[in-house]
Write a protein that binds this ligand. Structure first.
Ligand code: UGA
Length: 432
């Protein structure tokens, strides 16, 4: 199969590379010439474990190529994946679909034979109908089919998630496209992935509803963690106890800082504005957004309590600042709220992140990047474990730090409170 991925961001690049690894000929297109030049040299613009090796392998095998020429690439391909961004509109909360519609217009001038045009980007329900209208202005409906095929990849786990998905959702009523796509995904279906064929609008909504539900699960357990702290209960027992019920399931019940990243915050807002458009009230998701936005304040309050409300000149270290481990992504990371707030109150902050210096903190007073865990925590009053990188999972604090009296606030519940207290260290965590 000849595939064309339009947009070499997270979704397009990972899916394109993985499809090429399954034996398809894939062209990844982007209008950003610098990005394409880098990719052609085997350099990857995003941090994703395992991605670089797969790019190099498939580029050398000539199964994968990169181009800035959208129209030529579309003409040469059978299946076109639209993978451009759908960020939150500036000053609003709905999804900005301008990139999607611009790409649809460009595709409409390049249809030389039957093409399946797929939205992999997260798009509000009915977007596929609009794309179809745009393309039909210049083409007969027999020459193309617009399908929704949402992606469920997590940053940091994307290659595994592509290779072993729980489900593949194809939103289309067109028999020919369904046959071709089932064939494309057959290597994954034969390994056990469930294949769901549904209407285009259903597929679009499945994606938003899934992200909103996962965000709800996290927010739910975060609020339960607050109650656990007040009642002397361990939230991890609650997650295990709840998760053993198959109707609930144990995943995404890890309490921690506010959820962040490029998807949950954006998609929970966008589904609400879509529902508003259809005069439907998603009150549960509205509460989730509010609760999550307040989460960083709750954790900051705790920091204040831990330091007896004396923040000025306190040395605070952050281990990890990205929104989760195995990514360099800072989008909507709770550290973006916590670090500036503590710096404004006069704290002296040092941070270490395995993905390096973050320009986001460059303008904050007394916030410094250190290039090792040791340098970041040496002499600290409070060490905050913000992100659950493996690098932070077995630190011997006693050996690493000379200063005897310091406190650890483990926001990811990495350490066992009993074991760390045995070392004589003052330790706080989440919901326990
Ligand atoms: C999320 C979804 O998990 C993917 O299925 C989806 O494809 C993707 O959005 C997307 O729409 O593109 P991602 O944002 O990469 O993936 O990261 P997650 O692993 O879902 O984590 C999101 C946030 O929730 C992070 O801040 C993480 O720390 C937090 N989280 C996750 C928790 O606090 N507790 C948990 O138990 C799980």
């Amino acid at each position: 199969m000849k595939l064309c991925m339009i947009g070499t961001g997270y979704v397009g690049l990972v899916s394109g590379v993985c499809f090429s690894d399954l034996g398809n000929d894939v062209i990844c297109v982007d209008k950003d010439k610098n990005k394409i030049d880098l990719l052609q040299k085997g350099k990857i613009p995003i941090y994703e474990p395992g991605l670089s090796e797969l790019v190099i392998k498939n580029f050398r095998n000539k199964k994968l190529s990169f181009s800035t020429n959208l129209q030529k690439s579309v003409k040469e391909s059978d299946i076109i994946f639209i993978c451009v961004g759908t960020p939150t509109k500036k000053g609003g909360s709905s999804a900005d679909l301008s990139q999607i519609y611009n790409v649809a217009k460009e595709i409409s001038s390049s249809i030389n034979k039957f093409k399946i045009i797929i939205t992999k980007s997260t798009v509000p329900v009915t977007t596929g109908d609009e794309i179809e209208k745009i393309i039909a202005k210049k083409n007969s409906k027999k020459k193309f089919s617009v399908v929704s095929n949402p992606e469920f990849l997590r940053e940091g786990e994307a290659i595994r998630d592509f290779s072993y998905p729980d489900r593949i959702v194809i939103g289309s009523n067109d028999k020919k496209s369904n046959r071709i796509l089932k064939n494309l995904y057959n290597p994954l279906i034969s390994k056990g992935a469930k294949y769901l064929n549904t209407s285009r609008r259903s597929a679009e909504l499945i994606k938003y509803a899934s992200n909103a539900f996962l965000a709800t699960k996290i927010t739910f357990i975060n609020e339960i963690a607050n109650l656990c702290e007040k009642t002397g209960v361990n939230v991890e027992d609650i997650s295990i106890g709840m998760g053993l019920d198959k109707r609930i399931g144990g995943r995404f019940l890890r309490a921690g800082p506010a959820y962040g990243g490029s998807c949950f915050p954006k998609d929970t807002k966008a589904i609400i504005t879509t529902a508003d458009r259809f005069k439907s009230n998603l009150s549960v998701i509205k509460s989730v957004i509010k609760s999550n936005e307040n989460r960083s304040n709750i954790l900051l309050k705790r920091v204040h309590q831990i330091l007896n409300n004396k923040i000025k000149n306190k040395k605070i270290s952050f281990l990890g600042v990205t929104f989760k481990a195995n990514t360099d992504d800072m989008r909507d990371s709770s550290s973006l709220i916590m670090i500036p707030s503590l710096s404004k109150k006069g704290a002296i902050i040092r941070y270490y992140d395995p993905t390096g210096f973050k320009k986001e903190f460059a303008k904050n007073e007394n916030v410094t990047f250190e290039n090792s865990i040791k340098k970041a925590i040496e002499g600290s009053d409070l060490v905050i474990i913000h992100t659950e990188w493996n690098d932070f999972k077995s630190i011997n604090f006693k050996n690493l730090v000379k200063k005897k009296k310091f406190i650890i606030y483990d926001m990811r519940n990495i350490y066992s409170p009993e074991k760390i207290k045995e070392q004589g260290l003052k330790y706080f965590s989440i919901g326990r």
